[in-house]
Design a protein around this ligand. Structure first.
Ligand SMILES: Cc1cc2nc3c(=O)[nH]c(=O)nc-3n(C[C@H](O)[C@H](O)[C@H](O)COP(=O)(O)O)c2cc1C
Length: 141
């Protein structure tokens, strides 16, 4: 199992329709590749988390990097997990209305912002574990 999280900046702002179209299309493609994860968007910035087989995830990431709708600013990879964090999310749109704990997202954004200067990327994965845990406890749909 291989996972990565990246942040990017949209070239033009995305509205709800564009975001849900992107997620629906992505979910269809990801299902075929057995890739799961989520997409978060706020104020022109994306955070996407992807997990699955290494070659498939890196293949998808190279397409995402070339996508002219955004500029990827940071990619952080994680190897060696045995289980998926979000087995039911082909590409879940993690939007504000569904997120009961903005602190997780806030922390997430801070970590991405500072991780270039911090060598401790473990914190990022701990935040994701919390998100996955809350998902499993059905506090997040
Ligand atoms: C923020 C963002 C996230 C994306 N996430 C995915 C994704 O999870 N799965 C996917 O197949 N395409 C995703 N895409 C679309 C890809 O970048 C790309 O357009 C798509 O895979 C088709 O690639 P192709 O035109 O090279 O065939 C995303 C695009 C953006 C801008």
């Amino acid at each position: 199992m291989f996972s990565l999280i990246y942040s990017s900046e949209a070239i033009e702002p995305f509205n709800f329709k564009r975001l849900s179209d992107l997620c629906n299309k992505s979910a269809g493609c990801n299902q075929q590749l057995d890739i799961t994860g989520y997409l978060y968007y706020r104020d022109g910035k994306f955070i996407q988390y992807l997990e699955g087989e290494e070659l498939k995830v890196s293949g998808l990431m190279s397409r995402i990097l070339k996508d002219s709708r955004h500029n990827v600013t940071q990619v952080i990879q994680e190897e060696g997990r045995t289980q998926r964090r979000f087995p039911n999310w082909s590409m879940h749109y993690l939007h504000k209305g569904l997120v009961h704990f903005e602190d997780v997202i806030g922390c997430h954004l801070e970590l991405l912002k500072y991780s270039k200067t911090s060598s401790n990327t473990d914190q990022i994965w701990r935040v994701l574990d919390r998100l996955a845990e809350s998902r499993n406890h059905n506090t997040l749909n």
